[in-house]
Design a protein around this ligand. Structure first.
Ligand SMILES: Cc1cc2nc3c(=O)[nH]c(=O)nc-3n(C[C@H](O)[C@H](O)[C@H](O)COP(=O)(O)OP(=O)(O)OC[C@H]3O[C@@H](n4cnc5c(N)ncnc54)[C@H](O)[C@@H]3O)c2cc1C
Length: 466
């Protein structure tokens, strides 16, 4: 660690003055409050304070900051909403945090094109609120939508509850404006739904976690809001029945928009936190259906109900109206806060496995919990193979914390071994960078070379991902 630190310069008072000439004196700070609140995201990692925070308001300001920091070899960590769960926006080597929250304009909605241009700091829910009256939406729907930014979602390829039908952020990125530390401010991609125009540099930035360039603007593809929706909650007395049902539904040709899984541990935590008093079963599956036609929707729901019953569902709840359906989703959204109530520093797992390994993957999490003697709750977007095994732990109990880290690491290795991935949506950050070689083998070198091309002085988010 020390050898790496030696390569960088610390922020000096002269640097603060130069940064103030770029962004204006009120948008640069070295005050303790700002340093502390920009040091961590939602991953319970070791805090390292930055030495300065800047809030740029334009691509030109971003360009000037990066040029200056690159010349001076000062690390720059890009930060959106700071909701990441892998420590990806934490300034591991100090330096400057570039906070993107002031670049928060929705630039243009082109209804006929079904596209929107936004600045990177726009908040996900804010965007969809603006789009709703036009009958359009941006679907990825991460559970952190109230606070996460479009830039952070692109840099993490975020997805969420509806990915099984609508895909992830990557599927909606058409064009980006990106500023690179080599002094380039580039427009990448094109404002059309498909293109065949050479290397896809815009999508190269998807999942880059702030290590290649700073996304300042994005053109996103939009979808029309579903006209008809229906939710079903199914409870099972066995994990095996519940998980197998998910596979059957996927193979049946029925296309739910969401297929969520919540185990008994989480059901109990949610009940305690919310007072919703959910029934006490081994697991719950929530399905949501979207359809243009009401008749088509009813047919799909009826077929799904038959499959769930045949698959052993012990109890089925089919809400009669939107309010009742909303209560089911309220329970799902309560999962994270209920975990935080139950334990001090949870490790939120995020592996993805092929659908054929779903049951195996869920059972593996329970097996590791027994092996390492840690509490785990399993939930996730199981419809696309994404398992969140959440380790309920407390950093202050070092021994338990270490055991939870080991369990999570072993589950991550398992996912890679069975042809899955170390992360489905939360990213690599500091949490999972040690697995990058196992995931990518020699391709990791290509990633390093790309990084060198755009960021030769390695100032962007050093110490994370690669
Ligand atoms: C309660 C909770 C629920 C969550 N649920 C989900 C979920 O359902 N699905 C999901 O995918 N994730 C989820 N997350 C994780 C997280 O919210 C998402 O990954 C989100 O996309 C991060 O966005 P952010 O703006 O907060 O990014 P940050 O946490 O600020 O940053 C994340 C990464 O993006 C980089 N970055 C940010 N802005 C830019 C930019 N403009 N240019 C280049 N790089 C940039 C950062 O450097 C960092 O590497 C959840 C988190 C919490 C706390």
């Amino acid at each position: 660690m020390e050898a790496v630190l030696m390569e960088y310069n610390r922020v000096r008072p002269e640097d603060l003055k130069t940064l103030a000439t770029i962004v204006g004196p009120s948008d640069v700070s070295s005050e303790e409050y700002d340093l502390v609140t920009n040091a961590l995201d939602a991953f319970p990692g070791e805090p390292v304070l930055p030495e300065a925070v800047v809030w740029p308001e334009s691509s030109l300001e971003v360009l000037e900051i990066l040029r200056y920091a690159s010349e001076r070899r000062i690390p720059v960590t890009v930060r959106g909403g700071g909701t990441g769960l892998a420590g990806a926006c934490t300034p591991r080597l100090g330096g400057i945090v570039m906070n993107m929250m002031k670049m928060s304009k929705i630039l243009e909605v082109r209804q006929l094109d079904m596209q929107v241009d936004v600045e990177a700091g726009v908040i996900y829910d804010q965007l969809n609120r603006e789009l709703e009256p036009l009958g359009l939406f941006f679907p990825p729907d991460p559970a952190s939508g109230k606070s996460c930014t479009i830039g952070g979602m692109i840099a993490n390829n975020a997805s969420g509850l509806k990915a099984v039908r609508y895909g992830a952020t990557r599927d909606y990125v058409l064009a980006l404006r990106v500023v690179f530390p080599v002094g380039l401010d580039l427009h990448l991609g094109s404002r059309v739904f498909k293109y065949s125009i050479g290397y896809d540099l815009a999508r190269m930035l998807v999942g880059s976690e702030g290590t290649l360039g700073v996304i300042t603007e994005a053109t996103l593809k939009l979808r029309t809001l579903p006209r008809n929706r229906k939710t079903i909650a199914a409870y099972f007395n066995s994990i095996e029945d519940g998980v197998k049902c998910i596979g059957r539904i996927r193979l049946s040709g029925i296309e739910p928009a969401a297929i969520e899984f919540i185990d008994r541990t989480h059901l109990r935590l949610i009940s305690e936190w919310s007072g919703l008093n959910l029934p006490d079963y081994e697991c719950m599956i929530i399905l949501e259906f979207h359809s243009y036609s009401r008749a088509g929707l009813e047919e799909e729901v009826a077929d799904a109900v038959s499959l769930l019953r045949e698959g052993g569902a012990a109890d089925l709840i089919i809400p009669k109206n939107e309010e009742e359906a909303e209560r089911i989703w309220e329970a799902r959204r309560g999962a994270y806060p209920s975990i935080l109530k139950a334990c001090r520093s949870p490790i939120i797992g995020d592996i993805i496995v092929p659908l054929s390994r779903l049951l195996d993957g869920v059972n593996k999490a329970y097996e590791l919990a027994r092996k390492y003697e840690v509490r785990v709750g399993v939930m996730g977007h199981l419809g696309d193979g994404n398992i969140h095994a959440n380790w309920l732990t407390d950093r202050r109990n070092r021994d338990e914390w270490e055991r939870a880290l080991k369990a999570n690491a072993e589950l991550t290795r398992y996912a890679i071994e069975v042809g899955g991935a170390l992360s489905a949506e939360h990213g690599v950050g500091v949490e999972k960078k040690e697995f990058m070689r196992e995931q990518h083998h020699e391709a990791l070198e290509i990633m390093r070379r790309l990084k060198e091309l755009f960021d030769p002085n390695n100032i962007l988010n050093p110490g994370t991902m690669l």
